[in-house]
Design a protein. Sequence first.
Length: 129
Amino acid sequence: MNKLLKRYARAMWLPMTVLIVVIALFGTVAPHLAPEGKVVALAVVMASYGWAGWAEFRHMQRMDEMRRRIEMEAMVLGFIASLGSTLLLSFAVMLKLAAIPFELAPIVLVGCYLLAHLWARVRYRYWSL
């Protein structure tokens, strides 16, 4: 396995595993909780998301300049695309042009980020983590 991929996997496996488990538990347990329990469950989800985000940020800080440049370019393009997509979906719902469930938003945001990352990798012809 690639040395950089190993380092990324070592840095991210625990935070991402915890995040996935917490989200799975949240989806099954949280709807049946009292309002106070729902607030605590939401806080746990956000804390695990924050941990995964912090681990990703720390990994990015350890990258060389080229990898960091690609990551930053992908994040900016992903932000622009996801904000535009969110506005488009919001206005389509507001104008009653479409009935789009809010649960679709995270999928659209992640899709924008992944496509932006792919675009940056193709642009620089750089495929290593």
